[in-house]
Design a protein around this ligand. Sequence first.
Ligand SMILES: [Zn+2]
Length: 420
Amino acid sequence: MTLLLAAGLLAHVGLRLWLNARQVRHVAMHRAVVPQAYAQTMALADHQKAADYTLAKARLAQWDILLDAVLLLGWTLLGGLQALNQWLLEWLQPGLLQQIALIVAFMLVGGVIGLPLSLLQTFGVEQRFGFNKMTPVLWLSDLFKGLLVGAVLGLPLLALVLWLMQTGGSLWWLWVWGALVVWQLFLMAIAPNVIMPLFNKFSPLEDDALKARVQALMQRAGFQAKGFFVMDGSRRSAHSNAFFTGFGASKRVVFFDTLLKQLSPAEMEAVLAHELGHFKHKHIVKMMVVSFATTLAGLALLGWLAQQVWFYTGLGVLPNMNGSNDGLALVLFMLVVPVFSFFLVPLSSWRSRVQEFEADAYAASQTPAADLAAALLKLYQDNASTLTPDPLFVKFYYSHPPASERLARMQAAGAAGGTA
Ligand SMILES: [Zn+2]
């Protein structure tokens, strides 16, 4: 296991750093001139701001990659997790409580070590480019609210999972899977009404002209939503977005207030049509099915690994021979899986980009393609998304196709379908 981890980690870190360096080189190389296709629509200053913003984020990512690797080594081969476990065993009896304490302590330590980078991200990079609207007070209150919500929702789940691991027999992972699926559905059901209002204000959409447009579009598309809400995203960031949340009776459409300021009503309608496209093609359901299947595969793997002594010793931990090691197994699994699952990222990015194209095509069938094209260009510009990303970086990471590809398809759709 030690060798596997070392090889995996080396490949993981090497690949991430290499992709990052490629992105930096590509963006820097194209910084001087606006690409031909946008010469009419994008100012040089905006193009260069997007380049600088991308470069600043990439530089921060470099540190993030290295910190991740150091943390992983610190927890495993350098004995961090072993020490934490032994220390907790001096205070607590072996059992459920000690294992919960182990996992919570592990997460808190990781959170604290990650804080400086997160602060740099918000109050350094985002601030410098004018995107951050958060005050330190709001940042702190978010942090505490997040911890509280995490504790209230996460601790009972954690206790349940550990209990099932302990008592569920050799097929415990199947029970845990069932519990996680139910939990996930429960969270999705309560998110719009219970969790999200803790962090943001949602007010009904008041612009009647826009509401009428949006309603007409929804009717055409055969979609029922409980309501249209505007979220005060501008409290935290100048970035903008629109999304659907909830399902069943709590389904609703949410627009960021920042989006309303940036887009014309026709463009808003096009963005909503794109979101409806995701709904029409059942992307959310498909995503959930994939996620549940992956979780099941992961848990089955954990069910096997947790019984192998080398899984612990190879990762710098001595398993407890006459007690339960479920807490240790969970932590080790959380540490090691991302190293290897990273190599599957291009697959999920690719699937996501295909779905974005599908949603774009649907939008172009419901609203003039030119409206969505205009909206996208504005969004790329206002969010300072670079128009010249490295092609390989895109293939690996991008969940949304780069602007050039989306706009090219829209132009083709507009030309083929005319206006309807
Ligand atoms: Zn989309």
